[in-house]
Design a protein around this ligand. Structure first.
Ligand SMILES: CC(C)(COP(=O)(O)OP(=O)(O)OC[C@H]1O[C@@H](n2cnc3c(N)ncnc32)[C@H](O)[C@@H]1OP(=O)(O)O)[C@@H](O)C(=O)NCCC(=O)NCCS
Length: 297
């Protein structure tokens, strides 16, 4: 049914309220309506680390959401901007965005986000800009591909808890964001998807992590000093994990990653990384190959 025809779809009947971690299942209803890949655990992480706001009907149904995630040191993410299809085009996303921008700017952070084509229309109209492109790809690893532990003089090994502090610091120098809480979460829940690469002297050359996903497991972030290292890490995490996985790859480096990975790639949809009041994206385009999934930054 079109929201315009619904007798109770007057936005003045809604109440804006803060979202708490206990709202994870309410959030999941919205992300499933949009066909997104978050799990209830992902929502719980974002609502714990960030500040969420939503609109609720008189009978308690959450019909729109937004989470401001203040990663730092310079950027904060606006994520989970979702409106129930029955309540779209009533200005709900616009009002929640204004709240999220205010939360981040008051902390001196640049509001940043990864926009779907639908979201891009909303964000550009309120002053977001940028042209860094990413796309969601479904990758299917070649089951016969073997992962050698010593390719190109690299040692690839599972990430253990004691690696995380050093890893988060290294990651921040490349991604431009402090993602320690996200990295701890990803390794804790899917240690089987978490690998790092070191050179013969033990210097970090890259890492990959992943999460379960509501539709398919998702790999990312993937940060590496070069495409051969990145390809070896992707191969290590993907092989044996599932028949198909999602990755959110940056357009600039995706073809070099594809060339060093044994498997097939099929494109699902594009995203744009947009910023408010700034032009330079936080990540180093040469070393950040996969995002953490647009909504985990
Ligand atoms: C994108 C989305 C959040 C917009 O939610 P919404 O509550 O309908 O958005 P708003 O009513 O606040 O729209 C704000 C403005 O954005 C633009 N806009 C929103 N949806 C649009 C559409 N489908 N086509 C063209 N413009 C659109 C309009 O300029 C609109 O203002 P107007 O209605 O006064 O013309 C919603 O469509 C959605 O949940 N989509 C699926 C999930 C998604 O892609 N989220 C974005 C993540 S980056």
């Amino acid at each position: 049914m079109n929201g315009q025809d619904r007798p109770n779809s007057d936005p003045d009947s809604l109440r804006m309220r803060k979202m708490e971690p206990a709202d994870a299942a309410n959030g999941l209803r919205l992300s499933r309506l949009a066909g997104w890949n978050q799990t209830v655990r992902d929502w719980d992480l974002l609502l714990t680390e960030g500040t969420g706001f939503g609109f609720q009907t008189g009978d308690g149904l959450l019909v729109a959401s937004m989470i401001a995630l203040p990663l730092g040191p310079r950027h904060g993410w606006i994520s989970m901007v979702l409106t129930d299809p029955d309540w779209r085009r009533r200005g709900l996303a616009k009002r929640l965005m204004a709240e999220g921008i205010d939360i981040l700017e008051k902390r001196g952070l640049i509001p940043t986000l990864d926009a779907t084509p639908a979201g891009e229309t909303v964000y550009r109209a309120i002053g977001f800009s940028g042209d860094t492109g990413l796309a969601r790809w479904k990758v299917s690893p070649d089951p016969s591909a073997s992962v050698s532990n010593n390719q190109h003089g690299l040692k690839i090994r599972p990430i253990v808890e004691s690696d995380l502090e050093r890893l988060a610091d290294w990651d921040c120098r490349h991604s431009g964001c402090n993602r320690e809480a996200i990295l701890i979460f990803l390794r804790k829940h899917r240690p089987d998807l978490a690998y790092m690469a070191e050179d013969v002297e033990g210097n970090l050359q890259g890492y990959i992590m992943g999460r379960s996903g509501d539709r398919l497991p998702q790999l990312g972030p993937l940060v590496a000093t070069g495409s051969l290292v990145a390809g070896s890490l992707l191969q290590a995490a993907a092989t044996g994990a599932a028949d198909s996985l999602y990755v959110d790859a940056f357009d600039q480096t995706r073809s070099t990653l594809e060339a060093s990975f044994k498997g097939s790639w099929s494109r699902e949809r594009g995203f744009k990384r947009l910023l408010k009041g700034a032009s330079a994206s936080p990540e180093d385009p040469e070393t950040v190959f996969l995002a953490a999934g647009p909504e985990l930054s």
